[in-house]
Design a binder for this molecule. Structure first.
Ligand SMILES: [Zn+2]
Length: 440
């Protein structure tokens, strides 16, 4: 690693200071930004000086919740019968996919999924994994692929009771092994993955909490209140809500990722706030699953980040579609959620706490992760219209840098054979879809 100067850049840093630099440079020293702004007077100590020719840099983006294992579901045939409910959709689509995934198709999903993230300028991925017939070793394979691509990763294997006690044990153990092996890894933050409250018994949750007690707060990554059925299940078990259940069973802490939160009570919001846990909003998934709209005022009460829930890889599109979905449900002067704030500010706050490193801004001391767009605006680009240009003008980066190194340069992966990975994904997806059809 070395000292590199990326000069002649338009720099957009939506959650930082300043928000906009018309012509500046980013200096990376051992993968950490040591200067953003004007060209340094002394350039003799740089190993490399790269002229970026007026292109536009934004911080490498963070996906607050996704499922890389669904990468091969793109274009997958719909179930024979249209699901009547959210739970039926899980049973007929996603729970068949995660049973059908074997080692080869899981590996192909990791590669194709991370490739798509980097292509969209996403450099940190908070993954929630499930391959219920390939459990042991699945997280270490994921870490291996992420390292090869140069992305940062939180890991979590979905623990659930729905496939019997042996798979419950194996999934729990897979998370524990990852927590043991990767807690000191510079680019990996291992978490405890739970599918959702409604697929875990009290006994199972107590076992998980007992194991987590032995570690230094890795945090759980769990779907909560995505559909009303999840809350109803917690009521049926004698709790006030899902979060009441997680709190009483000592699974909620400041490193927890609570995903969706479409159906939360006031007490739930207070519990998340008190625990200083994070909520991740996944607007296109919620729209797709017809589970409702997350209350917008949660973004003023809690630290709320943005995720795609496997719906897509491009966070700029997720932010724009999230804004449009909500706009179609509100009227007049009702405030929309500031999706750019969720994406660039809140996601950076969340990632920085989980990894205990500075991630997600283009400022001194932060990791040198950024996406560069060959963007030629047809209107004036200033600090006042950054949102418009980012969400409506920019689409796919031509260069992506992580840890101060090019991963994509002039639209080509530097050390990854993209054609080979895509060809393998096409091959594996055919086999995977056939296997899914055979599952009852
Ligand atoms: Zn999810």
């Amino acid at each position: 690693m070395s000292k590199t100067l990326f000069k002649n850049l338009r720099i957009v840093n939506p959650a930082g200071t300043p928000v906009y630099i018309a012509n500046g440079c980013i200096s990376s020293n051992e993968g950490i930004i040591d200067h953003v702004g004007g060209t340094p007077s002394n350039q003799s100590d740089y190993d490399e000086i790269i002229d970026m020719k007026g292109k536009t840099a934004v911080p490498g983006m963070i996906n607050g919740h996704t499922h890389l294992y669904s990468a091969l579901a793109l274009g997958m045939p719909s179930p024979r019968r249209i699901p009547k409910s959210f739970i039926e959709k899980l049973r007929n689509v996603w729970w068949k996919l995660d049973l059908a995934l074997d080692e080869a198709s899981t590996y192909a999903s990791y590669q194709a999924g991370i490739l798509a993230c980097l292509r969209a300028g996403v450099t940190t991925i908070m993954d929630h994994h499930s391959s219920q017939n390939f459990i042991s070793g699945s997280i270490s394979r994921l870490v291996e692929v992420a390292n090869r691509f140069g992305v940062r990763l939180t890991t979590a294997f979905e623990v659930t009771d729905r496939n019997g006690p042996q798979r419950f044990e194996a999934a729990l153990n897979e998370n524990l092994v990852a927590i043991r092996d990767f807690s000191n890894h510079p680019y990996v933050h291992p978490m405890m993955g739970l599918h959702a409250s409604f697929t875990l018994s009290d006994t199972s949750l107590k076992i998980i909490a007992g194991h987590l007690d032995k570690f230094d707060n890795p945090g759980v990554h769990i779907h909560v209140g995505e559909d009303k059925a999840d809350q109803q299940d917690a009521l049926d078990r004698g709790f006030d809500s899902v979060l009441d259940r997680l709190m009483k069973l000592e699974l909620l802490n400041k490193n927890s990722l609570i995903i969706h939160g479409v159906h939360l009570t006031e007490a739930d919001v207070a519990a998340v706030k008190k625990a200083r846990a994070f909520l991740i909003h996944c607007p296109t998934s919620n729209a797709n699953n017809r589970v409702g709209l997350m209350p917008g005022d949660l973004t003023r009460k809690l630290t709320v980040g943005l995720g795609t829930d496997g719906m897509q890889s491009n966070m700029l599109i997720e932010a724009k579609e999230g804004e449009l979905i909500r706009s179609s449900h509100i009227s007049g002067r009702d405030r929309n959620i500031d999706y750019l704030n969720l994406l660039f500010k809140q996601n950076a706050t969340i990632a920085s706490r989980l990894f205990n490193q500075k991630i997600g801004l283009l400022e001194k001391g932060y990791h040198a992760d950024f996406a560069v767009y060959d963007y030629h605006p047809r209107t004036k680009f200033t600090e006042y219209n950054v949102a418009g240009h980012i969400l409506s003008g920019m689409q796919r980066p031509c260069d992506v840098v992580t840890r101060g190194k090019f991963r994509i340069r002039a639209n080509k992966f530097v050390s990854i054979n993209e054609d080979e990975i895509l060809a393998n994904a096409r091959l594996e997806s055919v086999k995977l879809w056939e296997k899914i059809q055979q599952i009852g």
